[in-house]
Design a protein around this ligand. Structure first.
Ligand SMILES: N[C@@H](CCC(=O)N[C@@H](CS)C(=O)NCC(=O)O)C(=O)O
Length: 229
């Protein structure tokens, strides 16, 4: 059985979607990143970068731990040869778009979300900078989806990696109606039962209040990020 260290966020949902697609059995282990549980000694042994998602499982009698959502997707896509490709060039196209998500789409949208939504002090320059970048990246995705159903032709881990990041365009400063192909692709994704399940697992972990307390804010973005390690 796989232990999936989890908090319901876009990066973690990539992994739950893939596990649902692969029909794998997994334990969802709550790491409340608002409370600072990502700094617990036991978790840092699995995920030294203090971030979810991370996993641990046994293979051939050996304990394996992995962190970084993109790597977890690659590991299982390769292991089961699903949502991947036997063709080398196609495989690298999938890895390329996965890397695009990991290195660009995710981090930039994350910053846009941060400065538009979480930042206590609204900084016009930062909001504009990251919202512009978010719009540029949605445009890149929209173009890629112009002539094909899925990001790299067939449904793959690239689609799985990108989708959870497209849930809150308003907070990213993005007007989704400008991106018809992304809208169509999101509808396709939503129709897959494994995607719906993977997006909803662990939802109950989150409290209803959307406003972070000072301590939660400090755990996620403030002093505790540095002092707790
Ligand atoms: N590149 C990492 C990013 C993971 C990440 O940013 N996780 C966030 C939640 S989405 C987290 O654990 N934040 C807690 C913290 O920064 O202390 C991945 O894709 O796995």
């Amino acid at each position: 059985m796989i232990n999936l260290y989890y908090w319901p966020t876009p990066n973690a949902r990539k992994v739950s979607i893939l596990f649902e697609e692969l029909k794998l059995k997994y334990n969802l282990i709550k790491v409340d990143i608002n409370k600072g549980e990502q700094f617990f000694e036991k978790f840092l042994k699995i995920s030294p970068n203090n971030k979810i998602p991370a996993i641990e499982f046994e293979e051939n009698g050996k304990k394996i731990t992995l962190f970084e959502s993109g790597v977890i997707l690659l590991f299982f896509a390769e292991k089961y040869n699903k949502f991947y490709s036997n063709d080398k060039l196609k495989r690298f196209e999938i890895i390329q778009w996965l890397t695009w998500q990991m290195a660009g789409f995710g981090p930039m949208l994350g910053q846009a979300h941060h400065f538009n939504f979480y930042a206590k002090e609204k900084i016009n320059y930062a909001q504009e900078r990251y919202s512009s970048e978010a719009n540029r990246l949605y445009g890149v995705l929209d173009n890629k989806l112009k002539d094909q159903e899925w990001i790299t032709g067939e449904y793959s881990i690239a689609d799985i990696a990108v989708y959870p990041w497209t849930m809150t365009p308003d907070r990213q400063g993005v007007e989704l109606s400008h991106f018809d192909n992304v809208i169509r692709w999101k509808e396709q994704m939503k129709k897959r039962s494994a995607v719906a399940k993977g997006m909803s697992v662990g939802q109950e972990m989150r409290k209803n209040n959307k406003v972070l307390t000072d301590d939660e804010y400090s755990n996620l973005f403030g002093k505790n990020q540095y002092k707790k390690r």
